[in-house]
Design a protein around this ligand. Structure first.
Ligand code: CUK
Ligand code: CUA
Length: 659
């Protein structure tokens, strides 16, 4: 108990200091330090806590009424949503419906605006009601997070989404039929001119058919550059374009910055071009794709590619301008350098001068030198060419060096002191190493099987250090048992150097129970300037403008026009006006609903029972429902948020008279 006593003494001293010390003129009677300390010591004893536990608790505890220093936006994995978490408390602040309907927010439950956003994510005309979200990415200005937007990707049903951080609402989903799966997404260029989305599993471009035996000739990858217009807050599909890539499995990507601005990088696997076929007598993909010692980092000069697009040197496939592989080779905008066994993760250093690549079956982080790569590419100094004519540089000529950091390095983040933090999957650790001196520093264990990791602003030109979250695929013995499907485990780690001996310290375990959340981004809280209410009343959250059907207080009415019953309705504590709506079976109904509230957090909800309609009505928000009153009967309508003392009375009837 010596440790806990010394900590108790320390806490006591802190309490004393806070009170002005025992000798101070305002020192209360008795010794507050001693009593505070003794209380902590007995609490520690009763709960079996070590000194490290208590320091961890003190570092993460955010008292009621105080706010976190950072936001983390984590991918919701198979949930297709984003999870907003406060750091260091690890309190969940919000789920944002992105690729999938979200009932609480009424996202995709009948209102026409959110349905239009979700409809943008249809594939082949089909609703995609799940997602495989991997990599959220904040918008950037000059390579720093600007707190305006966050983008996210769906690997399974290739799509990218735009979420506006003024109100944490998804405003656009874009699904390009050019590719049939993706992974290297979303990554933004340093001023968010483009949102990058790269295919993973090769397929014929543009949603066409070719037998898998024609893999080498007909199957292709692509890197899409979705043009983002910041003032509109939208991706502009007509100004987006792509580069055709060979049928390797393109993997994680990153955009260059500062000295490497204008370039994009992407690692790849399966340059063997295996396509499985176990019943056909082929080796399974996992062994067919890992025969070679090296795969290829793709280096793309996107500024030169953009000039080619502007010069019209593209073909159009599935509505997208595409630079063909041949043009990419002829114009020298695409080159390769080898990457060690089963590469994964590609992260550009904060100065933009180097790229770090892990290797799932390797023990090194490989640090590539951008200046060397650029010089070789400019001079077309290639050691060989791949079967598609793409120049391959000599590995040794492109690297700064390799650092032995452990078995199975994946992803890398950076701090403000020249350190890199790499997730080591097989060893299930985080390795801290210096990326300038190529020196290993220390490792910390994670529980268990770490995938991505995120540090505060850790992939920008000016990382903050301080905190890191390890995103672990397994949880095993960490939490109460919940059957065979366990949550995944986010572990908060102090990388601020204030732990014992400046070492990393594990602070907190947070279960993530709704999908495999791959990656996350962590941003300084004060960079996000979110609305408190929608103002003036009648705002459509998707356009952020007053809805044309906004209903003014006092002008509520029911009107029949062109065969549609328009209901102009308002909500304010604690009634809907009108509260009785009568229609005939088969009538088309357009219900326009404005919240007249302007008080912070005065949220209502709206439903018509058994019609599967739901909206969340934040203060000032407007929604439109369009539906057919196909089922006759008497349907209560009511407010679904406990908004006031008379919330239960905030109700009415939707009467559908039978034919
Ligand atoms: S991948 Cu998940 S652990 Cu999709 Cu970013 Cu590496
Ligand atoms: Cu409005 Cu409950």
């Amino acid at each position: 108990m010596r440790h806990s006593c010394s900590l108790a003494a320390l806490l006591g001293a802190a309490l004393l200091a806070a009170c002005g010390g025992p000798a101070g003129p305002t020192a209360p009677a008795g010794n507050p330090g001693a009593s505070g300390g003794a209380g902590v010591a007995s609490l520690m004893k009763a709960r079996g806590l070590s000194e490290a536990d208590v320091t961890a608790a003190l570092k993460t505890y955010v008292p009621s009424g105080k706010k976190d220093e950072y936001y983390t936006f984590a991918s919701g994995g198979h949930g297709g949503n984003l999870i907003v978490i406060g750091v260091p408390s690890m309190r969940i602040l919000k789920y944002i419906g992105v690729f999938t309907p979200e009932p609480w927010q009424g996202y995709g439950y009948g209102d026409t605006s959110s349905q239009e956003v979700l409809d943008g994510g249809k594939r082949n005309g089909k609703d995609m009601t799940w997602g495989d979200m991997h990599h959220p990415a904040f918008s950037e200005t000059n390579g720093s997070y600007d707190g305006q937007f966050i983008f996210a990707n769906d690997k399974a049903n290739p799509r990218v989404a735009v979420v506006d951080l003024k109100d944490f609402v998804t405003t656009q989903i874009v699904a390009s039929p050019l590719i049939q799966s993706e992974h290297g997404a979303t990554f933004v260029t340093p001023n968010t001119d483009y949102v990058i989305e790269t295919s993973q599993y090769p397929a014929p471009l543009g949603d066409t058919y070719a037998d898998v035996t024609e893999f080498n000739d007909k199957y292709r990858g692509a890197m899409i550059f979705h043009k983002f217009d910041r003032s509109k807050g939208r991706i502009i599909p007509e100004e987006s374009w792509a580069i055709e890539l060979p049928p390797y499995m393109q993997d994680l990507a990153d955009a260059g910055k500062l000295v490497s601005d204008g370039y994009a990088f992407c690692n790849s696997i399966n340059t063997e071009r295996a396509w499985g076929g176990i019943l056909e007598g082929n080796p399974p993909l996992e062994s067919g794709s890992t025969k070679n010692d090296m795969d290829y980092m793709h280096i793309i000069n996107w500024k030169a590619a953009e000039a080619l697009v502007k010069a019209g040197k593209t073909t159009t496939i599935a509505g997208m301008k595409v630079i063909s592989l041949k043009t990419a080779v002829d114009e020298n905008i695409l080159a390769f350098t080898p990457e060690p066994k089963s590469p994964h993760g590609l992260d550009v250093t904060p100065d933009g001068a180097a790229m770090v690549v892990g290797g799932k079956l390797d023990t090194h982080a490989t640090v590539y030198d951008f200046a060397k790569i650029k010089a070789l590419m400019d001079a077309k100094t290639y050691e060989s060419r791949d079967p598609y004519g793409i120049g391959i540089m000599k590995f040794e000529d492109t690297i700064r060096g390799q650092v032995e950091i452990g078995l199975g390095p994946l992803h890398t983040q950076f701090d403000d002191k020249g350190n890199a933090y790499t997730s080591i999957f097989i060893e299930t650790k985080v390795a801290k190493w210096n990326w300038k001196e190529l020196k290993m520093i220390e490792k910390i264990s994670t529980n268990y099987n770490i995938g991505h990791l995120v540090a505060a602003e850790g992939d920008t030109v000016d990382p903050d250090g301080k905190y890191l979250i390890a995103m672990n695929k397994w949880a095993l013995d960490r939490f109460l048992p919940v059957g065979p499907l366990l949550p995944q485990n986010f572990q908060l780690i102090d990388i601020g150097g204030e732990g014992a001996g400046g070492k990393m310290q594990l602070l907190y375990d947070m279960p993530l129970p709704l999908g495999e959340p791959h990656n996350a981004q962590m941003i300084k809280a004060d960079k996000i300037k979110a609305f408190e209410v929608y103002s003036p009343v009648g705002i459509d959250p998707i356009t952020k403008k007053p809805d044309p059907f906004t209903v003014e207080g006092g002008k509520e009415r029911i009107e029949k026009k062109d065969g549609v019953t328009h209901v102009y309705m308002t909500a304010i504590r604690s009634h809907f006006t009108p509260d009785i709506v009568k229609v005939k079976q088969g009538d088309k109904v357009a219900l326009h609903l404005t919240s007249l509230e302007q008080a912070h957090d005065a949220t209502h909800g709206f439903t018509i029972d058994s019609y599967n309609l739901h909206a969340s009505l934040e203060p000032g928000k407007h929604v439109n429902f369009e539906f057919v009153a196909d089922k006759p009967g008497v349907f209560p309508l009511y407010c679904t948020e406990f908004c006031s003392a008379l919330h239960l009375e905030m109700a009415g009837y939707f009467l559908v008279e039978p034919k």
